[in-house]
Design a protein around this ligand. Structure first.
Ligand code: ZN
Ligand code: ZN
Length: 354
């Protein structure tokens, strides 16, 4: 079933005759349009795409499965001129994507339409990846794995975190990615105890842990991988921390499957770490959904209230962070199936001492 057909199915469940999609990444997901300004109106029998004159050629090339209207006026104005909501009595809009000003424009242009605030209708459909999406995510993961294999060759005492980050970024593009998925994390020594440290001028010293967290984008889809390595030598404490995180990550991978509660998967890893006395050093959630966004549903945390779905791609990334000493995190992207999961990353996970 096409993505738009799957959205229509959701619309029916919510009693909607039409849905106004204003999130640009949701529009990309449903139409293929990669430009920065667009509006999509899905009705039971039609799908209308609107954009401005700057995107005339791009829309012709990219947009699939809808009628394209290019305008020099506002997109909502054009939708009104085209009577895009004609005959629809209950119309959903994306409450988390639309600004209050846009909402007021809608009310002014369509005074007799009944609008319903909706939440994550397209995101619900997006939870289950189709084959085309999975192929892109596999490619993105493969590139990041290759980058890891290359970048470990240059990590040695004296090199700066920024130099490592710059090399990762270059290699991503060289190996075929569009860009980095997010600002690359390279955190060494005591700084590796900050789960989201950015790369700095700091130079790597022998005996330090270095955490690398990076990802790339292929066809709009993200990869997200973390590996922690030691440089020169590793203390017993560092080895023990690594072992605890590695074991927790492996156990979570063995337990992950579609249908289980997301919070139960988080608990699997958390309990392993707690048993080894490091529970208080694992201070973030186990993972997150991955796709067109670097962080999307499902959340894989203690607070999550949803079940995991077969077909979702999530990260599994436990970590322990000891203030004043350093941290270890290991992260892979996994595709959930009915009976388990497929790990998309192949970069080695034994403790590397470079
Ligand atoms: Zn990451
Ligand atoms: Zn992540």
């Amino acid at each position: 079933m096409s993505r738009i057909a799957r959205v229509r199915e959701e619309m029916r469940k919510h009693g909607l005759d039409a849905l106004i999609v204003s999130s640009i990444s949701n529009i990309r997901y449903l139409t293929g349009f990669t430009g920065s300004n667009g509006l999509l109106i899905i009705a039971s029998r039609s799908a209308l795409f609107f954009s401005d004159i700057r995107f005339l050629e791009q829309a012709k090339l990219e947009v699939r499965n809808c009628r394209v209207h290019i305008t020099k006026f506002g997109l909502y104005e054009e939708a009104s001129r085209r009577k895009a909501l004609h005959g629809a009595s209950r119309v959903g809009f994306e409450s988390q994507q639309i600004t209050y000003a846009q909402y007021r424009v809608l009310r002014r242009l369509f005074p007799s339409t009944s609008f319903a605030s909706t939440k994550e209708i397209v995101e619900d459909v997006m939870l289950v990846k189709d084959e085309a999406e999975i192929a892109l995510m596999r490619k993105a993961a493969e590139i990041s794995d290759q980058v890891f294999g290359e970048v470990v060759k240059i990590i040695r005492p004296g090199i700066s975190e920024l130099e490592i980050a710059g090399t990762i970024s270059y290699l991503h593009r060289k190996l075929g990615a569009e860009r980095d998925a997010f600002e690359i994390i390279v955190a060494s020594g005591e700084r590796s105890a900050f789960p989201h440290a950015r790369a700095t001028q700091k130079k790597i010293k022998s005996g330090e842990l270095v955490t690398l967290d990076f990802g790339c984008v292929v066809g709009g889809y993200n990869s997200d991988i973390t590996r922690t390595v030691a440089v020169g030598k590793a203390s017993l404490r560092a080895k023990r921390m690594y072992d605890v995180v590695h074991d927790a990550q492996q156990t979570a991978i063995e337990s992950a499957r579609g249908g289980m509660w997301a919070k139960d998967l988080d608990a699997v890893a958390r309990q392993r770490i707690e048993k080894r006395g490091m529970g208080k050093f694992f201070n973030h959630s186990l993972g997150h959904g991955l796709g067109l966004h670097i962080h999307e549903r499902p959340r894989v945390s203690e607070l999550s209230k949803e079940r995991l779905r077969a077909g979702s791609v999530i990260t599994i990334e436990p970590g322990v962070y000891v203030p004043g000493f350093g941290g270890v995190r290991i992260e892979d992207d996994v595709l959930l199936t009915e009976n388990g999961c497929v790990v998309l990353n192949t970069a080695p996970k034994e403790f590397l001492i470079l």
